[in-house]
Design a protein around this ligand. Structure first.
Ligand code: UDP
Length: 252
């Protein structure tokens, strides 16, 4: 049987939300099942998101995170934790992948997730903050062995692993059956909300693996870009005037 892919997406209401959710959902629809899309919103499940999910034709769970935001920079952190709790509580079996709604993903990426045994990582293409230059973040590999890291200029030397949020995936059983992975029974694995920006990923990953030897670089040689994290935020795109065209639509 094919391994289940569990895609976790925090989302929130903004101008391009429907565009992002449709774009990601339609890629997921092309991935051979089983695929489970866990979409998490803050405070309330919006009817707009519910409508998009219902019409997408894929398996999904629409969850709500009710934790109070302590820091505006905790973008998506508590929502991802809500999904992790759900996966742990229901012992969902599959490969967990954090897919933010605004990134671009190839179909091939989701297919390669199924080859991951414990923890897989791969390079992600990004735009550098200052120059409009594409850079990579993620593993340098010899076959599937991780032997080093591409870093971008934001990277701090102190980071243990230079991985983007959309550049790794892991076996969900690490969350609810750690003994299987020779991990001591530890408190629940969660994203931490008190750490400096830029350290979210490495701090989380340090809970899943000891070091590079427990990682699988993917696809073979880590020589292919399968997704892009370009920071093309919605706020730079204005609403067209008269966005609500109710009257015109009715007239058609
Ligand atoms: N996000 C969210 N609530 C927020 C801000 C972000 O749910 O208040 C989600 C967003 O939809 C995306 C993820 O968190 O799926 C990452 O957000 P963003 O793209 O702003 O982070 P960046 O790409 O800048 O790291």
């Amino acid at each position: 049987a094919r391994k289940q892919v569990i895609v976790v997406t925090p989302t929130y209401n903004r101008a391009l939300q429907a565009y992002y959710l449709n774009r990601l959902g339609q890629v997921l629809r092309l991935v051979p099942p089983p695929v489970l899309w866990i979409v998490v919103e803050m405070n309330v499940a919006s009817t707009e998101t519910a409508d998009i999910l219902r019409g997408m034709g894929i398996m999904y769970r629409h969850l709500v995170c009710t934790k109070n935001l302590t820091n505006i920079k905790d973008r998506g952190v508590h929502q991802r934790n809500t999904a992790l709790e759900h996966i742990e509580h229901h012992k969902l079996d599959g490969i967990v992948y954090f897919a933010d709604d605004d990134n671009i993903y190839s179909l091939e990426l989701f297919e390669t997730l199924r080859d991951i045994s414990r923890f897989g990582t791969w390079p992600v293409a990004m735009l550098a903050q200052s120059k409009n230059k594409a850079v990579l973040e993620g593993p340098v590999c010899n076959g599937s062995h991780v032997i080093g890291w591409h870093t971008n200029e934001k990277s701090k030397k102190l980071r243990r692993f230079h991985v983007d949020m959309s550049g790794f995936a892991f076996n969900s059983t690490i969350l609810w059956d750690p003994k299987r992975w020779q991990k001591p029974i530890s408190p629940s694995i969660r994203q931490l909300d008190t750490i400096k920006e830029g350290f979210q990923e490495t701090t989380f990953i340090e809970q899943l693996v000891e070091d590079e030897s427990q990682m699988e670089g993917t696809p073979f040689g880590c020589s292919k870009i399968l997704n892009w994290h370009l920071h093309l935020e919605a706020r730079e795109v204005g609403y067209p005037r008269g966005w609500l065209l109710q009257k015109n639509l009715d007239a058609v």
